[in-house]
Write a protein that binds this ligand. Sequence first.
Ligand code: NDP
Ligand code: ZN
Length: 355
Amino acid sequence: MMVKMKGFAMLGIGKTGWIEKDVPDCGPLDAIVKPLAVSPCTSDVHTVWEGAIGERTDMILGHESVGEVVEVGSLVKGFKPGDRVIVPAITPDWSALESQGGYSMHSGGMLAGWKFSNFKDGVFGEYFHVNEADGNLALLPEGIDIADAVMLADMVPTGFHGVELADVQYGDSVCVIGIGPVGLMSVAGAALRGASNLFAVGSRPNCIEIAKEYGATDIINYHEADIVTQVMEKTHGQGVDKVIIAGGDNDTFIQAIQMVKPGGRIGNVNYLGEGEYVRIPRAEWGCGMGHKTVAGGLMPGGRLRMEKLASLMVTGRLDTSKLLTHKFNGIDKIEDALMLMKDKPKDLIKPVVIL
Ligand code: NDP
Ligand code: ZN
C-alpha cells in the first residue's frame, strides 16, 4: 500500500484544506478502509466553523462513509480485504465498562465513542483506520446503492435513535421537530414504529414533501406561528404522546415539554451548540410531577445494529435515496460537498461524494 495519502482536513477553527498524511497503521483488532462513498454532515460544519469540539489541527474530517476493506489486523475474524462495508459514525471500544453497561457510544467517557473527525482522522481521506473492526464494521448487503448506503452511517441511526429515545409505540401521536436529513429519518422511523398522527416541524419545501412521503400526516411551519399553538390546535388541546427533537435550539425543549402529554417522552438528538443551560418550564412540567421524560443521546453504532438497519433497505421498508439531493464524483469534490453543507442552499438535504 502507498505510504502517503491525501485528505480534506480541518486546519484549525474556521479553516479547511487538503493535507498529506501517512496512511494509518492497522492494529491487530483493526481495519484500514478505502472509502467508496462519503457524505458531509451538519456536525462537520459545527466542528469546523463553530469550534464545537474545540481546536483541532490538521485533522481529516468526515464520519459518514461506506468503503472497501484493504487490510485487517491479525485478530480480526469477521472481515477480510475486499469486503464492502458500512462504517458507522460512532465506533466504540466494545470492552469498555460503558459498553458493558449498554452505553457503547460513551465508551471511554461521555461521547467518546465518536472518534472519526473528533479524536482521530475521519473518512475524507484516501484511507482511514477503524478500531475494533469486528464490532464496528458492518457488511454492505448486495444490491444497495453505495450512495444510499452512506445514509446508514449517521442519518438513519441518529434519526431512528430519536425514535427510540422517545419510545414511540403503536398508535402514539408524535411530533418531530426539525426535518433536515436527521429529522426526516425520525419521521420514517416513527412511521415504522406505528405512530398515528405524525406532525413534522420544518419549512424547506423539499423537506416538507419528503416528510409526507416518509409518513408525516401534518406539517407545522415554525415560521408561520408558534409550533406549540399549532400542535395544540391540531390535537384539540391534548398535545402529543411523544416528541423527537432533531432541530431548533435550546428553547425547543421548552416547546417540547409544553406540547407533550403527561407521561410523554421527549427524545433529543439535536446538537446543542451554545448557552449554559437548557430550561424546563416549571408549570408545564407538572411542577416537577408531570411524568414528562426528557432523554438525549448520541447514536449507537455496532455491527448488529447496522446490519439490521441495512436489512430495512434490502427489504424495501426504508428508502434513503430521497435524502440525496446533490451527488458528486471524485475525492476532490469532497471540498465542494462540505461547502454546500455549510452554505445550506434551500434545496439541499444531503450531498454525497462517490470516490
Ligand atoms: P438540518 O440543519 O438540516 O435540519 C434542522 C431542521 O430543524 C430543519 O428542518 C429546520 O427547518 C429545523 N429548525 C431550525 N430551527 C428551528 C426552530 N427554531 N424550530 C423548529 N425547527 C427548526 O440538520 P440535520 O438534520 O443535518 O441535523 C440535525 C441535528 O442533529 C444537528 O444539530 C446535528 O448536529 C445533529 N446530529 C446529531 C447526531 C447524534 O448522534 N445525536 C448525529 C448527527 C447529527 P428548515 O426546514 O427551516 O430548515
Ligand atoms: Zn454525521
